[in-house]
Design a protein around this ligand. Structure first.
Ligand code: HEM
Ligand SMILES: *[C@@H]1O[C@H](CO)[C@@H](O)[C@H](O)[C@H]1NC(C)=O
Length: 393
């Protein structure tokens, strides 16, 4: 290839020497050469990719719309038919290889790759490494403990709001409130900024933009259960007040099981920075877009018995110890996993424990959440829950 380029440039040079006025052609010719070279490269890469994709059968592709689907149940169906991985097409040219296998995910997480979309979330290479090194001590468990009281205050504000909203028959939509609460507490903890955003309506818009940890809100939805209160209830919260968050084993198991069934980040995407060969011999060339489908891995019947059943006991130490290292990865895995995961766990424990101390929660059967995978897993129709105040004697 370089040989061809050198010859082309020499030829252009000789030709130019014959007539100086042609000097104006030079940029045009160079531009064209560049474009042709790019096109050849793209064509070769595409051929290579198509060859590799032959060993990845997948769902039928519409000639214009591809086969991308928002319906998670449909995608789950595909994952049963096309084991481990299948291509998903966005139109005719862009293809993501969806990985729904823990071994495949492990291989990709270990190798790394680039995030293809745009803070820390999209920095690459050395710059990412420097920022990550700078931030990591800020999220250490010891550093996080003092945040408990800040998160507690944010949660109390939210619960006070709920008390005003309680009515006998109407349910309350919780997503918006929990959203603002997580924003309020991260602003306080990370930036020492008292935004007052839970009360002050003028900051609402800003809340919608800054929604990195929106995912956590979804987990809370099924963590709310009366059973939890009976198991740990008061005890857990007195422990939380003593900053002993490590000692809420059953709550932790419930949160994990919630994040298994409803992974807040259902899919993480990478562009492979090197070609990769999987344990079964299939391979993908460099530059391919892959999506690690956490939602599907969390429902893999080879890893999880009766995957649709909510069962916190799956996360008992005994049951967890022999599980595949990448069977459960709500915070992703490898070098680019979630830097905020300890913070998020503490926040969820505090918020859930305090909420269960104050209210009894039951779902509104007429408004069951309809999940949709966006950047985070959300509910199309909100999260509607009946609240009943608990009166302690
Ligand atoms: C339940 C709550 C949360 C979940 C499930 C979650 C999940 C994730 C996942 C899956 C990734 C990898 C994304 C990717 O590779 O494309 C990630 C990255 C990240 N998360 Fe979280 N996250 C949560 C809460 C938080 C919080 C509260 C913070 C900040 C305080 C945070 C900060 C970050 C950052 C900075 C990254 C990028 C890390 C890097 O690229 O080195 N997350 N998170
Ligand atoms: C392991 O999980 C099963 C099924 O959820 C449960 O019945 C069992 O009690 C758990 N075992 C332990 C030791 O926690």
């Amino acid at each position: 290839m370089t040989c061809v380029v050198v010859r082309l440039i020499t030829a252009i040079w000789c030709w130019l020497h014959k007539d100086v006025s042609r000097i104006f052609y030079l940029p045009i010719v160079l531009c064209l050469t560049y474009m042709v070279l790019k096109a050849i490269k793209l064509y070769q890469w595409r051929r290579e990719l198509n060859k590799a994709l032959k060993s990845f059968p997948g769902p039928p592709v519409h000639w214009l719309f591809g086969n991308v689907h928002e319906d998670l149940d449909k995608v789950l169906e595909w994952s049963k038919k096309y084991a481990r991985a299948f291509p998903v097409w966005f139109g005719k040219f862009v293809v993501f290889v969806t990985l729904n296998d823990a071994d495949y995910a492990k291989a990709v997480c270990a190798r790394g790759g680039k995030r293809w979309w745009k803070g820390l979330l999209t920095l690459q290479g050395r710059k990412w490494f420097q920022h990550r090194k700078l931030l990591t001590p800020g999220f250490h468990y010891g550093v996080l403990k003092p945040y408990v009281s800040l998160i507690t205050k944010s949660t109390q504000v939210m619960l006070d709001k709920w008390e005003h909203l309680i009515t006998q028959e109407k349910s309350v939509e919780l997503f918006g409130h929990v959203s603002l609460m997580t924003l309020d507490s991260i602003l306080k903890c990370a930036f020492s900024h008292e935004s007052n955003c839970q009360i002050d309506r003028s900051t609402e818009q800003y809340g919608q933009q800054l929604s990195l940890d929106t995912g956590c809100r979804f987990c809370m939805q099924c963590g709310f259960s009366a059973e939890l209160l009976h198991r740990e209830g008061c005890h857990s919260i007195s422990l939380a007040c003593r900053d002993d968050l490590g000692k809420m084993p059953y709550t932790t198991m419930c949160i994990k099981e919630s994040m298994r069934i409803f992974p807040p980040v259902p899919l993480v995407s990478r562009q492979l920075s090197k070609p990769i060969t999987f344990h079964d011999g299939r391979y993908l060339p460099e530059g391919t877009l892959v999506g690690i489908n956490i939602y599907l891995i969390h429902r893999d019947p080879n890893l999880w018995k009766d995957p649709e059943v909510f069962d916190p006991m799956r996360f008992s130490p005994e049951n967890s110890s022999q599980r595949h290292s990448h069977a459960f990865m709500p915070f992703s895995a490898g070098a680019r996993n979630c830097i905020g995961q300890q913070f998020a766990m503490i926040e969820m424990k505090v918020a859930i424990a305090l909420s269960l101390l104050r209210f009894e929660f039951s779902p509104n059967p007429e408004k069951i959440p309809r999940k949709i995978p966006q950047l985070v897993l959300r509910s199309k129709n909100g999260i509607h829950v009946h609240l009943k105040k608990i009166h302690w004697h």
